[in-house]
Design a protein around this ligand. Structure first.
Ligand code: ATP
Ligand code: MG
Length: 213
């Protein structure tokens, strides 16, 4: 029996994946949210979960540290997707990647005038590509979290971050001014594993596809 591992992250991704796992017939032996275990056995002897940071999920799957993974579209676009198949959009953890600025900052005007924008984000590749395509010059500031702080402290003119309800932006006096991409979580597969373990992986991929319908 081929052994299969699925990489996923705690927090939002696990919260929203748990019902899908149940529908696919996978029951984790411990709860990733409360357990400190990073490798979690399931009711299926051939299948285990690997708990990683959200941004590390594509890297684990790309290099074969896991056969499958569940990762946000934000993280996948930023990673680039090399070595990965993305067969199923799971339709969960939906949000949008957006440019946001301080309320009162005239973004359209700054862009029209060709001003050099300082943009803080953890999505540096995606942000660079977005502004390059618009022909806007940017100085990127790489942060690992709490992007909302950057415009408030004068660190940056704008941020690129995920927005779901807009509440966090609003609470911090920021407004979204431009959408970069719609985001949802996807099932990803190591391309080499799909060839060598297809008999084991394909039924799981099909089950996830069916569970999202
Ligand atoms: P880390 O733990 O490394 O700091 P993080 O704080 O980004 O990562 P989460 O907030 O759990 O971790 O986000 C994980 C994924 O969930 C994101 O990559 C994205 O795909 C999705 N996500 C993030 N924020 C939202 C949101 N507001 N609404 C819906 N999905 C979201
Ligand atoms: Mg976090």
């Amino acid at each position: 029996m081929a052994s299969i591992s699925i990489a996923l992250s705690k927090g939002r991704i696990f919260d929203e994946t748990a019902p899908l796992l149940a529908r696919v017939g996978i029951r984790p032996r411990s709860n990733p949210e409360t357990s400190r275990k990073l490798v979690i056995a399931t009711n299926r002897r051939d299948l285990r979960l690997i708990v990683v940071r959200p941004t590390d999920t594509p890297t684990y799957v790309q290099h074969g540290g896991a056969d499958l993974g569940i990762a946000g579209g934000d993280v996948l676009v930023e990673h680039g997707g090399e070595g990965l198949y993305q067969p199923v959009d799971l339709g969960i953890a939906r949000c949008r990647m957006m440019v946001a600025v301080r309320k009162g900052f005239n973004y359209a005007n700054a862009v029209a005038q060709g001003a050099r924008l300082r943009v803080a984000t953890k999505y540096v590749n995606t942000t660079r590509q977005h502004f390059a395509a618009k022909g806007v010059h940017v100085d990127l500031i790489h942060l690992y979290g709490s992007m909302e702080l950057a415009p408030l402290t004068g660190l940056a003119d704008a941020i690129v971050d995920l927005v779901a309800t807009g509440r966090t932006l609003r609470d911090n006096g920021l407004v979204a001014v431009e959408e970069i991409l719609p985001v949802s979580a996807r099932l990803i597969v190591n391309q080499a594993a799909l060839k060598t373990k297809r008999a084991a992986l394909q039924p799981l991929i099909d089950a996830f596809a069916k569970a999202t319908q």
